[in-house]
Design a protein around this ligand. Structure first.
Ligand SMILES: O=C(O)CCC(=O)C(=O)O
Ligand SMILES: [Fe+2]
Length: 354
């Protein structure tokens, strides 16, 4: 087995560790504080999509507009993704992470330094060399278009993994399309605008995150603060896990409580640019706890590398000038990784026209 393997799960598996290794320890100002996330008057919007094809649609579009403009993050219920499928996906992912290391290593990412772009199993190394390490492990797959899939990196244990993951990918994609319709309408565009504009130009990556318990959770983060560099992210937490996801709101960190049957929707940097800054991609992070592991399953929707993204021209006018430049997604992603990595929002700021 390669000696450099350093799954966080392996660090804690025999229960003897009582101090975390130094490279996980964050500087004081980046550490999660007990007081963070408790503000009761700030709860992430929950949007019930029941009746979205009927008379509730206008109301739902209004809620989407408000949530995208004020938060960049919201939860949806009655979203159409079958709840038993979500539960099965969580179950097989958990079973995978609970396998012995040598079984997981069959699906090892060949390039752990580049975990933002490569595929397979590995630890959540920070995107940038020399940055602090994240307290988590992951399994990442390029999932759509299906021609991009590398099934060598898909677990065959549990044996139902592939079938369940394929179903999950398809349902997440359908939900992305429904949400893109609602976002189009909320921007005053035709319902099909974003889907038409981006037809054949979207890819999806599925990421399963596993954050083991930590002997000193107050010193580390599962994922350090970042905004997602893609278009739209869908995330599910498990209600049986402790909370972990936190988003920024008016300078505070707000904890997103796991909610049965809900899918979390998070706008990425590309949506901020397309909407000409009307909607924001918001910084978020994940903390860990001292008692039990936490899992999240994330479907990222990205433009293809060749797709050039910038403010939608139909949203611009003599009064509304472009606030961002245009750039291909491939270029954006490479320079994101090279410059800031998964830390903070510094990269989209480099696209701002000042
Ligand atoms: O695990 C979480 O809740 C957050 C994960 C996340 O933000 C990401 O993978 O981009
Ligand atoms: Fe994220």
């Amino acid at each position: 087995m390669p000696s450099e393997v350093r799954a966080v799960q392996e660090l804690v598996k025999d229960g003897h560790m009582n101090a975390v290794p130094e490279d996980y320890i964050l500087p004081e100002e980046e550490r999660p504080k007990l007081a963070d996330g408790v503000s009761a008057d700030h709860a992430l919007p929950v949007i019930d999509m029941k009746g979205v094809e009927g008379e509730r649609r206008g109301f739902i579009v209004e809620q989407i507009r408000e949530a995208c403009a004020q938060w960049g993050f919201f939860q949806v219920t009655n979203h159409g993704v079958p709840l038993p499928l979500i539960a099965r996906m969580q179950q097989v992912s958990r079973e995978f992470f609970e396998l012995p290391l040598e079984d997981k290593m069959k699906y090892r990412s060949p390039n752990e330094e580049q975990m933002l772009v490569s595929e397979g199993y590995g630890t959540k190394v920070a995107a940038k060399k020399g940055a602090f390490a994240n307290w988590g492990d992951q399994l990442r797959h390029k999932s759509l278009p299906a021609s991009q899939r590398n099934y060598d990196r898909w677990p065959t244990n549990p044996s139902s993994f592939r079938e369940i993951e394929e179903g999950y990918i398809e349902e997440q994609d359908k939900l992305v399309k429904r949400i893109l319709e609602l976002i189009s309408e909320s921007l005053g565009l035709e319902s099909s605008y974003l889907n038409d504009h981006l037809v054949g130009k979207l890819t999806q990556t599925l990421l399963m995150n596993y954050y083991p318990h930590c002997p000193q959770p107050e010193l580390v983060l599962g994922v350090q603060r970042h905004s997602d560099f893609g278009l739209l992210t869908l995330l599910v937490q498990d209600v049986d896990d402790a909370p972990g996801l936190q988003v920024t709101k008016d300078g505070d960190w707000i904890t997103v409580m796991p909610m049965d049957g809900a899918v979390i929707v998070n706008l990425g940097d590309q949506m901020e640019m397309l909407s000409n800054g009307k909607y924001k991609s918001i910084e978020h992070r994940a903390f860990v706890t001292g008692s039990k592991p936490r899992m999240s399953i994330v479907a990222f929707t990205y433009p293809t590398d060749e797709t050039v993204v910038g403010p939608i021209s139909d949203l611009l006018s003599a009064e509304e000038l472009p606030k961002y430049g245009r750039c291909s997604f491939g270029e954006y992603r490479s320079s994101f990784i090279a410059s800031s990595g998964a830390h903070g929002k510094s990269h989209i700021q480099s696209m701002a026209i000042v």
